[in-house]
Ligand binder design. Structure first.
Ligand SMILES: [Fe+2]
Length: 275
């Protein structure tokens, strides 16, 4: 059977690429160090497959069709369509259809109904962390695009439940694959609304603290506070999927720093899996 060997989370703000050269040197170093540390941890976990949980930023879906969850079941996914992501080193990214279809089938059995795509474009949400982490060998990627952008959004509890469901599906996959989960997005940011550019450091730090507290406290804090702390903060849903998948393993903050130039409270984390 397959095994779940790690769960990780990282921010993915577009300005981490677009404004990279303009960042103060100390911030650039810290961000690069955090991404690389995650990359080293992932490399040490030796995953054959990485399930990447990210929103789609209008690269595959638009207002005429916004699935709550879409799982990429294709043999191949396309690299990022954004022109400013053209330096990303992979134009095509191999998927893992057998595992992805198993995840979908197991989800359906348990009352979860994801949509599927046989070929997704993996935009900056997926690819900025993969790029900045500098992985020498890219595992096969199973994308799970979770709507955390355009209301109505999946409930926070549902995201945690999705994580548990993913972990259970991985463990029942009849192949000796090592599988890890990478959640991307958050923490606080505000895009295209009157508070555009705001970073809510207190909110970010409390959210980080609560990842080590009870799930009920974490979810209820987020339910109460997400509506007033920037629309981009809703992407913390992806972290909740990883948290659910980690199934009570300890949460470890790798680094957090609010970066005004990229208008994101940048967070990096890993859950404690046995080596
Ligand atoms: Fe995003």
């Amino acid at each position: 059977m397959a095994s779940l060997v790690g769960a990780y989370a990282a921010s993915h703000g577009p300005l981490l690429v677009r404004e990279w050269e303009a960042l103060p040197q100390d911030q650039k170093q810290r961000l690069q160090g955090a991404f690389e540390q995650l990359g080293q941890r992932i490399a040490a976990a030796r995953p054959d497959v990485l399930i990447v949980v990210s929103p789609d930023h209008w690269s595959n879906f638009f207002l005429d069709n916004v699935p709550a969850v879409c799982i990429g079941v294709g043999e191949t996914n396309d690299g990022p369509p954004e022109p400013w992501m053209k330096g990303f080193p992979h134009q095509e990214i191999p998927g893992h259809p057998a595992l992805a279809l198993h995840i979908v089938a197991e989800a359906m059995k348990q009352g979860f109904e994801p949509s599927v795509s046989h070929r997704l474009k993996l935009d900056h949400g997926v690819c900025i962390p993969l790029w900045r982490m500098g992985l020498e060998r890219l595992p096969r990627i199973v994308p799970m695009l979770l709507n955390s952008i355009e209301p109505p959004l999946p409930s926070l509890s549902r995201c945690v439940a999705w994580g548990r469901q993913l972990a259970s599906a991985v463990r029942s996959f009849p192949s000796e694959q090592r599988v890890a989960i990478l959640a991307t997005g958050g923490l606080s940011h505000s895009i295209g609304e009157p508070t555009m550019g705001a970073i809510y450091e207190d909110f970010d730090r409390e959210t980080i603290r609560l990842f080590s507290s009870s799930e009920r406290d974490l979810v209820s804090y987020l339910e109460e506070n997400l509506p007033t702390h920037g629309n981009g903060s809703e992407e913390v849903r992806n972290w909740l999927v990883a948290h659910g998948a980690a199934g009570g393993r300890g949460f470890e903050l790798v680094d957090y720093l609010p970066v005004p130039k990229v208008i994101v409270g940048c967070g990096f984390a890993a859950w404690r899996f046995a080596a």
